[in-house]
Design a protein around this ligand. Structure first.
Ligand SMILES: NC(=O)c1ccc[n+]([C@@H]2O[C@H](COP(=O)([O-])OP(=O)(O)OC[C@H]3O[C@@H](n4cnc5c(N)ncnc54)[C@H](O)[C@@H]3O)[C@@H](O)[C@H]2O)c1
Ligand SMILES: O[C@H]1[C@H](O)[C@@H](O)[C@H](O)[C@@H](O)[C@H]1O
Length: 336
């Protein structure tokens, strides 16, 4: 059986996932597309899914009898509405991060999925599928001993004028919020944010860089530098300091050169290249589960925990370095 996929939001990642489903992965075809900007859906159809129908209404796409599962790849603030509609239609739904831009929104999704009685939602936290992070998790279990500290950095070369200070949390840090909690198997209890001198490359409405300090229930202290105008590359760093040793995320593969008295290695510039394998693996996992009428991988609960943590980090941006507490309810049985 070939699973029929509807994609909502056909910008950068919507087009990349459509290419992936139609040209890289087996078992599914993108048969329906929607975007508030119809020209983007037409570009996606032309380049990656010539047989797909374009829907002017995303809700009609979700309900269409010829669509088996949904990919939500539109802007973050639109995710909740579409994910709730997919759950109401009983269709498996892969939602790009963030699951919702507020904790209340993510909670409504968790409640709807619980009421449906089975997993239908996978959140696009693809770093859990990255071979580097998987190896790091093994090193935490077998080499470093119990973790004490984590030093991490999330650097983008540049961002557009529409990227505002809270987006450094909802759009960017959200990856570390999820993957570090998964790496440590621990939850957060507080967040602080510190702002160094502002980079002259950051536009007027963006405070960049920033340093987020998270503390976990197990007493691990994590610092994450978020710097989205670093200019030189797309650079993701992570180092775990444990009782017995240290483990670092490997650098992405690149040709090492020796020339002109320089030992060199290129640095990637685009997020699409940095996690290209993980995007393939996460979607393969989704398609496999969706063919069984369910979902796998990062859960709506993971999306909710990330949203609660992100809300605390955004509050901490205005708290002059003071700690903001992170309180989580008990994990529901569906996500045990
Ligand atoms: N996992 C990752 O590494 C990763 C990478 C990039 C983007 N993302 C996430 O994917 C989402 C999209 O990001 P992007 O970079 O592709 O952005 P983008 O701006 O390139 O594309 C978003 C598309 O959604 C469309 N859109 C906006 N509102 C809509 C609505 N209500 N209904 C239908 N379509 C709508 C826009 O017209 C646009 O074509 C964001 O949530 C982003 O955080 C995740
Ligand atoms: O949507 C993108 C994407 O999630 C990237 O992985 C992240 O590095 C960017 O900061 C974010 O804007």
């Amino acid at each position: 059986m070939i699973l029929k996929i509807g994609v909502i939001g056909t910008g950068a990642i919507g087009q990349d996932h459509t290419r992936r489903i139609n040209r890289v992965l087996a078992g599914a075809r993108v048969t329906a597309l929607n975007d508030v900007n119809r020209a983007n859906a037409e570009t996606c159809q032309r380049d990656h899914a010539p047989e797909a129908r374009i829907f002017d209404d995303a809700h009609a796409l979700i309900k269409d009898a010829d669509v088996d599962a949904i990919l939500v790849c539109s802007w973050g603030q639109t995710h909740e509405d579409y994910v709730l509609a997919a759950i109401a239609a009983g269709k498996p739904c892969f939602c790009e991060k963030p699951l919702a831009t507020t904790a209340e929104g993510a909670k409504r999704i968790v409640e709807a999925e619980q009421a449906a009685g089975r997993r239908l939602v996978q959140v696009g936290f693809m770093r859990r599928y990255d071979p580097g992070y998987v190896a790091l998790k093994k090193a935490v279990a077998g080499v470093t001993g119990a973790p004490l500290m984590v030093h991490a950095a999330h650097r983008n070369p540049r961002v557009g004028e529409n990227y505002l200070t809270p987006m450094a949390i909802h759009d960017t840090l959200i990856h570390e919020i999820d993957v570090l909690r998964w790496l440590l198997d621990d939850d957060y209890v507080s967040a602080r944010v510190f702002f160094p001198r502002k980079s002259p490359r950051a536009h007027e409405n963006l405070r960049d860089p920033q340093v987020v300090v998270l503390e976990t229930a197990g007493g691990v202290v994590i610092d994450v530098e978020v710097f989205v105008n670093c200019h030189y590359g797309y650079d993701i760093q992570c180092e775990i300091v444990g009782e017995d040793g240290i483990a670092r995320l490997p650098e992405p593969m690149g040709i090492q050169t020796r020339s002109g008295a320089v030992l060199g290695q290129p640095i990637l510039m685009d997020w699409k290249d940095r996690f290209i394998d993980s995007y393939d693996y996460e979607l393969a996992d989704f398609l496999k589960a969706a063919a069984q009428g369910t979902a796998a991988g990062p859960t709506a609960w993971d999306g909710y925990v990330a949203a609660v943590t992100a809300d605390a980090c955004v509050a901490a941006q205005d708290a002059a370095g003071e700690a903001v507490a992170i309180d989580l309810p008990a994990r529901p049985a569906l996500y045990a």
